[in-house]
Design a protein around this ligand. Structure first.
Ligand code: PLP
Length: 458
């Protein structure tokens, strides 16, 4: 398996290179050169780790011996605190919720970041090197990355979050981990600003010459394949003779839903992927009418989806352009300069073969949390609720609908209290988070300031 960049298909990299590097220097994203097929019919009765091995191993075959990979995967998922790792809740006979909050930080990000940190550890040991990890977070990626890397040797982690734009629990999950290799930086800006700084630092020759840089954002390919696993897992769980399978996915950076697309490419029989945005609706405008224009980021009850530049959408565009992928660098260049791009009809048609898109605003989020509590006694976090709002309306009896539950409700207790007047139960390890000391640095929205800060610390 070889990898190239969405902006340059001539390069040939192997798995360890693209994982350790995270992002190519040309501003694109790494993509595998082919889609290996994994047949779900051969996976019945597999447990989560065995399934993960089957889905992930075709992507790393020449970089890690199979037995080492198996060990890494087993160690990754054995710390999850649910025997099924990612349980599927049946709310009716064809509507299901795939719960992805049984990792150490109670959001789906753990499923990939625990794995990627173990991969980093393996490659660092093997190559006797060290690594500086930089990442931007809209809330949950940061804590999952910090939790995964905090005790790893020869890794320094710098996480940028938008100052005062994430929930208290989200911030404290990061800033109360006080370890010498963990640096939390609050940027005076929004998530897109944080993500922009990260992308810029990756193109900074000076920084690249002084340290080995990588990223844990969903722009790192290892995160995508680790997330494709639970799409397979959910389908294995289904019983009954419906002939179609649809997934409904709360979406921000397009990582989680693109992992579903990858599973589909690998042969998982998915009908449609339903992309749900909050009021930051660029994905809905893009998918429904090709209008890729950046608007101001608004703050919502689902902060991890408060994004206008969905990085991973570039991977989908690359795929949708098929044989014209040479045009992608030009499209992305225009998009980045003008803040907008109008996609042509052939691309919109291709997108609509795979995706439907929706917008769910804060009012609907609160109503949906309330509705699901009353109807099914199910308490969902506000991100999950965006998808449940669509799940509730689905009425095709011939299809299974699987909605992804992305975070534990207690991470966003204010929205839950506003909606149903009940404080959600906190998992034990979150209970004392408000008593702990916090440590973070507030810095200007300026890539040079961040670069100097990093160079000073490593
Ligand atoms: C990250 C996150 C999302 C958005 O996922 P993407 O992969 O960025 O599309 C949605 N909900 C929660 C709770 C998240 O942490």
């Amino acid at each position: 398996m070889k990898y190239f960049s969405t902006r340059n298909t001539k390069i040939e990299k192997n798995f360890s290179e693209i994982i350790m590097q995270g992002l190519p220097k040309d501003g694109g994203l790494y993509m595998p050169s082919e889609w290996p097929k994994v047949d779900i019919n051969n996976l019945k009765e597999f447990d989560y780790s065995d399934l993960a091995f089957e889905v992930i191993s075709p992507y790393c075959n020449d970089s890690i011996p199979q037995e080492e990979l198996r060990k890494i995967i087993n160690n990754t998922y054995k710390i999850f605190h649910h025997p099924k790792v990612a349980p599927v809740i049946d709310i009716t006979n064809n509507k299901h919720i795939l719960e992805l909050f049984y990792g150490p930080t109670f959001a789906f990000k753990d499923y990939a970041l625990q794995f990627i940190a173990n991969l980093f550890e393996y490659f660092i040991n093997k190559e006797s090197t060290n690594l500086t990890i930089i990442g931007a977070t809209s809330g949950d990626t940061g804590s999952a990355a910090i939790e995964a890397c905090k005790l790893k040797k020869n890794i320094n982690v710098f996480i940028l979050h938008p100052y005062e734009k994430i929930s208290d629990v989200q911030r404290r999950q990061m800033t109360t981990i006080i370890e010498p290799n963990i640096y939390n930086i609050a940027i005076k800006g929004n998530f897109d600003d944080c993500q922009n700084i990260i992308k810029n630092l990756f193109m900074n020759e000076d920084l690249l010459s002084k340290t080995k840089l990588s990223t844990i954002n969903s722009i790192n390919w290892a995160r995508i394949i680790a997330q494709s696993v639970y799409y397979y897992w959910a389908v294995l769980h289904l019983k009954g003779g419906m002939n179609k399978i649809d997934f409904i996915v709360p979406t921000g950076n397009f990582g989680n839903v693109f992992a579903g697309m990858v599973a589909k490419k690998m042969g998982l029989p998915i009908n449609k992927l339903h992309v749900v945005s909050n009021s930051n609706d660029i994905l809905h405008r893009t998918i429904s009418k090709g209008d890729m224009s950046i608007q101001k980021v608004v703050k919502t009850l689902s902060p991890s989806m408060d994004i206008q530049i969905s990085s991973n959408f570039e991977r989908q565009l690359f795929d949708s352009l098929k044989f014209e992928s040479k045009r992608l660098p030009e499209i992305m260049r225009k998009f980045s300069i003008d803040g907008k791009y109008q996609l042509e009809q052939t691309i919109i048609d291709n997108l609509s073969e795979h995706y439907d898109s929706y917008v769910v605003d804060d009012k609907k989020i609160l109503n949906t949390i309330n509705l699901f509590y009353k109807k099914y006694h199910y308490i969902s976090d506000p991100h999950t609720a965006t998808a449940l709002s669509i799940l509730d309306k689905m009425n095709d009896e011939n299809s299974h609908f699987i909605s992804l539950a992305c975070a534990h409700p207690s991470k966003f207790e204010n929205a839950i209290i506003d909606s149903i007047g009940i404080k959600p139960d906190f998992p034990d390890s979150l209970k004392n988070i408000f008593d702990k000391e916090e440590k973070f640095t507030i810095l200007e929205n300026d890539k040079t300031v961040i670069k100097e800060y990093i160079l000073n610390k490593i």
